[in-house]
Ligand binder design. Sequence first.
Ligand code: M6R
Length: 594
Amino acid sequence: MCGIVGYIGAREAQPILINCLKRLEYRGYDSCGIALLGETAEVHKDAIRIEALERSLQPNDSQAGIGHTRWATHGKPSGINAHPHTDCSGTIAVVHNGVIENFLQLREQLTSEGHTFRSETDTEVIPHLIEKYYKGDLEPAVLKALADIAGSYAFIAIRAGCDELVVARKDSPLIIGIGDKEYLVASDVPAVLDYTDRVIYLEDGDLATITQGTFKLTSNGKQIERTVHRVPWTMEEAQKAGYEHFMLKEIHEQPRAIQNTFAGYISALEPEIDLGIRKDIDFDNISIMACGTSYHAALVGKHAINKLVQIPVNVDMASEFNYSDTILGKSLVIVVTQSGETADSLKALKKAKELGCYTLVITNVVGSSATRIADDILYIKAGPEISVAATKSFVAQLIMLYLVALAHSAIDTRSRGSLLTELRQLPNRLYEILDREEEIAGHGKYLAGYDNIFFVARGINYPIALEGALKLKEISYIHAEGYAAGELKHGPFALLTLDTPVVAIAAKDNTYETLLANIKEMKARESPVIAIAEEGDAEIEQYVDFVVRVPKVDPLFSPVVNVTALQLLAYYTAKERGCPIDTPRNLAKSVTVE
Ligand code: M6R
């Protein structure tokens, strides 16, 4: 996830900006840059580490500037795509986090008005818009530019000749650190902690104009004041935003992550999806390959594509496909990989290409090996995932696979429209589950006392049972099995006792009644049963020991809410057992061996 910083005060800005950027390194980045305010906006940026940028700099006595660490989403990591971005004359410079959804239209419009663009980024439209509206005062020009922008942003703008930083926020975090006769701006608290522990958290719609000794804050045009908070965190606590583990932080980032995934692909007004991938590919089946959690996302994708596109879909574990005689035929091959570096998935991708298939990779990491091999790429834009256990990348993969299914679906515009409306509501549904964290934590404590646990479901939630079990085993070291609920009676029933709890996902779809029958069979074998069930389902209570409630959503999207509950369940079970949650034994974030 990109990081932005800004400084204005009585000291030299350059070393402070570099230090602030280093404090944001934990978020991951592929390029970085700074701009110093003087007679020009002096920009230094490249696809290099911050230390290398620092070594390349000459001393500079400017007392104001901005900086950025980029985690590429629009355009590959490169010096040109790195921030800060400038206008035509190079006097206005901007660093930005977020996604400008209408950047293509704005870019076209500005180009027709004579602006020249250098990068592939969405951000670059911001300095050009400010340039267009600049009439001698930076703040009004920024306000006019904001009126043209649709999407999310946290940005800082500077202009040579104006001794000020103008900062604005909508749907992307931004704080102002208040030091002694100096101000710092950043996307995250750790960036400023070496200089101050007094911060203001900006809200959506806020715009601040900051000079060396003054600071004016407006919200939707009206001057306001916001509380100055004292941050009680150490640097490490701050990097986790106060969460005990990155995994928990990343689960909490899921609503935002999935908003980023669909932003840019779904039109704000029409029920249309434009994935920006080739549309003229001739295929009569889809073959998806992936590993681990990504494989579970692929299995959900199969259900979604089968339902909406009605085309044969085959899902293979990449590691198995590589040594199989699977016949691909006229297939569109989709490889799903968060890191884009998993050796088994890369091998499968290469094999599919050699077999003459058109290949599409769904990944989180711009410029990863998979993106250099595949014919087409879809980025899930979940932001860097630090915990070994995949969480937000999984839900973002689900959203992307739903978009692929919807984009190729033959359903009528109205049905597509209502599914897209539901999809847009999913972030809010996830917030509702996060509100129940304490209750889920209680169930986690209970499960922590067992050594063997089954996760069962049917239909589109069967892969979520697999994922729930994988999450639990990888971080809590409890032996867990994901099973199709109807399969337990074909063998695993022999293991069901009072000491073998079952977590059953009871989605209200065409599998519900049969699943209830399966739960009764499990109870007859004395297994404690925890159900994951939607609100309003009163029936389930009479058959199970505990119910974890999830919000009601279209059954197609129920995997997104169910898995979030299971991730929290796994997290709190592992926490109760005192496990090193972010770095489980024997595992690596990216598995680069076969
Ligand atoms: O980067 P990838 O999505 O290709 O990684 C695949 C698996 O190694 C990964 O999902 C793994 O299963 C996770 N640690 C699960 O939490």
